[in-house]
Design a protein around this ligand. Structure first.
Ligand code: ADP
Length: 234
């Protein structure tokens, strides 16, 4: 579903992503893990077309994203920090996004009920708590039934009940054959959700495979220890 070929990205003279090639499969949850500053967000932004690549290509659903904007209609993105017009309410933001998006199936009721958002959607975005902003951001990303869901540390700031509901939601989306890309520092979350792990270090892929294969390769029983081993190997 997402094919990245020899991607390099520099900020000034710093090479942040170094000749990365990888495939991300449909119907799977792919977790991108790695220490702070390893390039996870830059990789996500490259798929979203939010950064200019220095070399290499990104294809989404068989289409090279360079100079192409329509593919973004198929993506739901939850950024690390949600930024929406602060004075608008959640409901107003949803209406705005409806006007901008094309070809969508809109379904928000279940998420609104489970996250208990109906009152909150009437308040200006700036007045919401951090966790509620995150829930509204998840709602906006998922309500439009996107084929590809990209989540940058989605549960940071969510309480345990909401976090648990969020994980159920992602597993349901996976059942619907969505392509899901997730970054997280929470190993239990990755263990519950991910089919495939990509471990990034200093802009290079140091491991790509299933959790089982990572545990086997590292001879560890816990994911956290296996990842720590990858970090210490360098
Ligand atoms: P991660 O998501 O793994 O924490 P990032 O992709 O955010 O890592 O950042 C990787 C590196 O790129 C960091 O050293 C960061 O400082 C640098 N970087 C990110 N965005 C920019 C930018 N807009 N300009 C300059 N450097 C940046």
């Amino acid at each position: 579903m997402v094919e990245i070929n020899k991607l390099s990205k520099k900020y000034n003279k710093n090479e942040i992503l170094k000749n990365i090639s990888l495939s991300i499969n449909k119907g799977e949850v792919t977790a991108v893990v790695g220490p702070n500053g390893s390039g996870k967000t830059t990789l996500i932004k490259s798929i979203l077309g939010l950064v200019k690549l220095n070399s290499g290509s990104v294809e989404v659903d068989g289409i090279n994203i360079k100079n192409n904007f329509t593919y973004k209609n198929n993506i739901g993105y939850v950024p690390q920090v949600a930024r929406y017009p602060e004075n608008l309410t959640g409901n107003e933001i949803l209406s705005l996004v409806k006007e901008l998006r094309t070809n969508y199936e809109f379904s928000s009721q279940k998420i609104i009920e489970s996250f208990k958002l109906s009152e909150e959607l009437n308040k200006p975005f700036k007045n919401l708590s951090g966790g509620t902003k995150q829930k509204v951001s998840i709602l906006i990303a998922l309500a439009f039934n996107p084929k590809i869901i990209i989540l940058d540390e989605p549960t940071a700031g969510l309480d345990p009940v909401s976090s648990s509901y969020f994980k159920d939601l992602i597993l349901e989306e996976k059942e619907k054959k969505k392509t899901i890309i997730l970054t997280s520092h929470i190993m239990s979350e990755i263990q519950e959700l991910a089919d495939e792990i990509i471990f990034l270090l200093d802009g290079e892929i140091k491991f790509k495979g299933t959790i089982t294969s990572l545990l086997e390769e590292s001879k560890e029983s816990k994911l956290e220890r296996a990842i720590a081993q990858l970090m210490l190997r360098e």
